[in-house]
Design a protein around this ligand. Sequence first.
Ligand code: UDP
Length: 357
Amino acid sequence: MKVITVIGARPQFIKSAPVSKAFLESGIEEVTVHTGQHYDDNMSAVFFNEMGLPKPAYQLNSGGLSRLEMIEKIQSELVPILEKEAPDYVLVYGDTNSTLAGARAAKTLGIDLVHVEAGLRSFNLEMPEEHNRIETDKLSAILFTPTEEAVLNLQKEGFDTKNYQVHTIGDVMYDALLTFQSRSRWHETLGPESFFDGDFGLVTVHRFENVSDPKKLSVLVEELNAIHEHEIPLWMPLHPSTAKRLKEFNIDLNIHLGPPVGYLQMLWLLQKCKIVLTDSGGLQKEAYFSEKPCVTLRDQTEWVELVDRGVNKLHHIGRSNLSLSISELLQASLDFSWKGYGEGNAAEKISATLLSH
Ligand code: UDP
């Protein structure tokens, strides 16, 4: 059996690590295409090196393009690769432009599409990711959902069992965390190790909805600056899109900043921090797996289970009080025992399901 995996953005490198390992162990031939959506060493190469990901057989060059240009370029370059490789399946992860481009290319040639992280919805059509998710799910033959909530979303949208196969397998990000946690470590790019012995909040911000609007970004930055100065020190690995916008809009973010870090450092930071403040999808769950409270810097989340369980609070930028959410979470006694993201064997379930077809 041959699978072409299309990856291109940071979270996809992380999600692919356990799945590539499961494919190798179960004798599935995997051919990886890297779309080049993320291309800086600290957004791409570091994950291949540290996590031992298989070297991509094909490297495209789509970085820095607009959403539509990027999707079109990747799709048109993928089609001849798929024709040449003639895989049994094309596999895509999550909700990025690379995900949708891979989905469309597979559909063009009538190759069965496998979507890992299917069924997630924010119900916010302003998010490019929401469009990517919905269309990718529609084009898929096999949909691997991380949660039962995702299955409900698909059912509500009319995904029937005649045309789609839906399998709830748990979250591959949990597999990744369990696999790599024992190798988590400090690295000199983080700055002095002693800083992390004290209390601190781990922050990441990169969503288009937060960084593209100068007013919204200014409000968020003011809130973060005030919390850093008066309440708890904040440490943030700065995403390249956010760095670009801060410069363009001339906004001063006065918290501890570093470059994007590798996954092993991220896992170390998750163990050390008191709280996570993020607009990332993946990090909300990693905070949960690491038993840390999380404030999601967005109006809605795809990971509603965490909000329902009180371990994650949504922060409506400019409309709710970030400082209050942080202190409430830090004072609450939180329960991290819910196991709804699986047992850490989602990757094995993917390979076993594909082999059983
Ligand atoms: N991450 C990382 N280094 C960083 C910031 C994030 O390794 O400097 C990891 C993080 O731990 C998670 C993934 O990248 O596994 C999340 O990616 P991102 O926030 O870019 O995307 P999203 O999850 O929002 O799609």
